[in-house]
Design a protein around this ligand. Structure first.
Ligand code: ADP
Ligand code: MG
Length: 633
């Protein structure tokens, strides 16, 4: 509990004790049942417990924002007190108890909300407090914000990596659990890139930072999670709009309840019974508080987003959580998404030069690309790349690269690239990704490389289908042969091959046209040359996004892990949160309506009304907090 909450608790206890004492004195006839002394004494606990609500209502009235909860509580309780004074019953207990219960509910709510917020930041315990810098042989702890790009920082075993960088000395095992939700240890050694937020488990690492703290992975993730609740979902919008109409409506209904029946009774020649109907109208106001809805809906989304981020699924806003829950079509990129993107050379054909030389040219020409193909060719080459031998590197998205290597112009890429350059190429009848090479405009042979499926891809597709996804589609720039083979082996419904990045956007637009309006289409990519598609889809999901800025920026949902099973998990989490949201909406509205009807016909009194209200709110908040907990797969 924080200070404010403690103060509230004291106010509740003091006011309850005073109320109990006054009631007791009344029962043993020491305090008279009527009169100004009784009124004055009862006002003490009332003001202790309710002064802030009265103040808030007054402020609201002065600012023209009349219809809020504070206003409802104020009118209802003051009305009830005036009624007791006027009728001479001296029964102030009820009005004060109503205020007391309302405040207990508010206290509980602020405690629960604060607690779940703290829970989320505790779960996302990735913010580093310091970075170590070595000065004159001693380690000095500095604020990560002050570390400049290119500085050398030291991360000791057990410490968090504070800033993204490259290992320059040492080797170790990293634990990525806080980022991905899975504790997969990952080995790093000199030369490896390393992202902030991981925990260093074994060795001492010296890291040259490649980013400022503010641009590092941890900062990005924290920003994303902290800002997620500012994007409102449709359900939240609904609640805001609902409250705007609802509150004035109940106030007018209450006024009608206070006036129409007595007047009607007078007209029919009977007694008016003003007291009865004004009391009912006031009770009606108490009963109408929409707090359960107003509090629990945003909290459910917040908890859902928190639970998801703890499982390694970052959702950028409540609206995306809502869209995600309606996903019926999932479109995949192939390389790096369903397959590992780690190609092995499986053949070299028609080479005009030696095989080693062909791979060497390919690797040199590819030296600046971040495409999985390029990484794999560099690995196949196996030697350190002398960048000074390469110049004029051009990457042509979806086709390949061109460069000047040792003074020769080299092109490495697919059929499309060769056609574009006007080079006659030899088609390959092997299943695999074919990298043709042209040197000085002459065909020099091709390298066949093949990728393997990710171990969970097949299972992931099955899980998606089981969870109600209607159609799975794969889009790829790779050859039709490879694409069809992968699609068949994974059980993907539709496959489109040999697409340029722009064709992928067009295909997604086609698929968007075909589906019905309340079905959502998600595109899952690895963020390498598919940012436009990520943006175009109803929901863009970037996977394995640790470290890829483009993907984190373009996507709506970011999977920290590159395991395709996370997609089904993300959908499941979103469905659970939305289920909770709907449960809360229906539950609170039904109880509320029931309560209002009972009050209007005179069955329920103010006590019951406020109990129902606080009770529903507590249940709704507890239900909302369930969204925070995500079952492991
Ligand atoms: P995917 O849709 O499978 O992710 P891309 O759109 O990234 O594939 O690339 C499509 C095709 O373009 C690749 O299969 C490859 O033939 C060619 N290509 C793209 N980038 C490169 C590169 N850097 N080097 C060689 N070929 C490339
Ligand atoms: Mg790709």
């Amino acid at each position: 509990m924080n200070k404010k909450q403690k103060k509230m608790l004291i106010r509740i206890l003091v006011s309850a004790a005073l109320l109990g004492a006054l009631n007791y004195l009344g029962n043993i006839s020491i305090l008279p049942q009527t009169g100004m002394l009784r009124f004055a004494l009862y006002m003490v606990p009332y003001l202790i417990i309710g002064y802030d609500i009265l103040k808030k209502a007054w402020k609201g009235i002065r600012n023209g924002q009349v219809f809020d909860e504070a206003f409802l509580m104020t009118v209802a309780t003051i009305g009830a007190i005036i009624l007791a004074l006027y009728s001479g019953s001296g029964d102030y207990l009820e009005a004060i108890a109503v205020m007391l219960l309302y405040q207990i509910g508010e206290l509980f709510q602020s405690y629960a909300v604060g607690k779940s917020r703290r829970n989320i930041s505790e779960l996302m315990d990735i913010r580093p407090d310091y970075a170590n810098i070595e000065r004159d042989g001693a380690l000095e702890q500095v604020d990560p914000d002050e570390v400049e790009i290119g500085s050398i920082i030291v991360v000791q075993p057990g410490e968090k990596v504070p800033i993204d960088g490259v290992v320059v000395e040492g080797s170790s095992t990293l634990n990525t659990a806080a980022l991905t939700g899975e504790s997969l240890p990952c080995d790093v050694e000199t030369g490896d890139e390393i992202i902030s937020g991981c925990i260093n488990e074994s060795g001492v690492l010296k890291i040259r930072t490649t980013k400022e703290f503010g641009d590092s992975t941890v900062s990005k993730i924290l920003d994303l999670v902290e800002n997620a609740s500012s994007r409102k979902s449709k359900s939240e919008d609904f609640i805001t709009k609902f409250a705007r109409v609802y509150t004035p409506a109940v106030v007018y209904a209450a006024i009608a309840l206070a006036i129409i029946p007595p007047v009607a009774s007078l007209l029919m020649g009977n007694a008016a019974a003003w007291n009865v109907w004004i009391y009912r109208a006031l009770t009606f106001l108490v009963a109408s508080c929409p707090c359960a809805l107003v509090v629990s809906i945003p909290l459910s989304f917040f908890a859902g987003i928190g639970g998801a981020s703890n499982a390694g699924v970052l959702v950028k806003g409540s609206n995306y959580l809502e869209l995600l829950s309606k996903t019926k079509i999932v479109v995949f990129d192939k390389t790096g998404t369903l397959t590992q993107g780690v190609f092995e050379v499986s053949g070299i054909h028609h080479s005009e030069i030696s095989d080693e030389q062909l791979v060497e040219y390919a690797a040199l020409a590819e030296s600046a690309s971040s495409h999985p193909i390029s990484k794999s060719l560099q690995k196949a080459y196996g030697k350190a790349i002398d960048r000074s031998r390469v110049s004029d590197i051009q990457e042509i998205s979806g086709k390949g690269v061109t460069a000047t290597v040792d003074g020769h112009s080299v092109a490495a890429g697919n059929d499309k690239l060769m056609t574009a350059l006007g080079v006659d190429y030899v088609s390959c009848h092997f299943v695999g990704t074919i990298i043709h090479l042209a040197i000085d405009g002459k065909y020099a042979g091709h390298i066949v490389i093949s990728d393997i499926e990710k171990p969970h891809s097949k299972e992931a597709i099955r899980k998606l289908k089981a969870s109600g996804v209607r159609k799975t589609v794969m889009l790829t720039g790779d050859s039709a042969k490879v694409a069809e083979q992968v699609a068949a082996s994974l059980g993907i419904d539709q496959v489109y091959a040999q697409l340029l990045p722009a064709d992928k956007v067009a295909k997604v637009e086609e698929l968007l046209q075909e589906k019905s309006e309340n079905e959502m289409l998600a595109f899952v990519g690895d963020g390498i040359n598919d940012a436009p598609v990520l943006r175009r889809a109803d929901i863009g999901i970037a996977m394995g996004a640790m470290g890829s800025d483009a993907a984190i920026e373009a996507a709506d949902v970011v999977l920290m892990d590159d395991d395709p099973m996370q997609i089904a998990k993300a959908i499941r989490i979103s469905r659970k949160s939305l289920r909770i949201v709907y449960q809360n909406i229906v539950f609170s509205i039904v109880v509320k309506l029931l309560c209002l009807i009972l009050v209007a016909v005179g069955v329920a009194n103010m006590w019951i009304a406020v109990f129902a209200d606080v009770g529903v709110m507590i249940l709704a908040v507890l239900n909302a907090i369930r969204a925070l907990f995500v079952k492991k797969l």
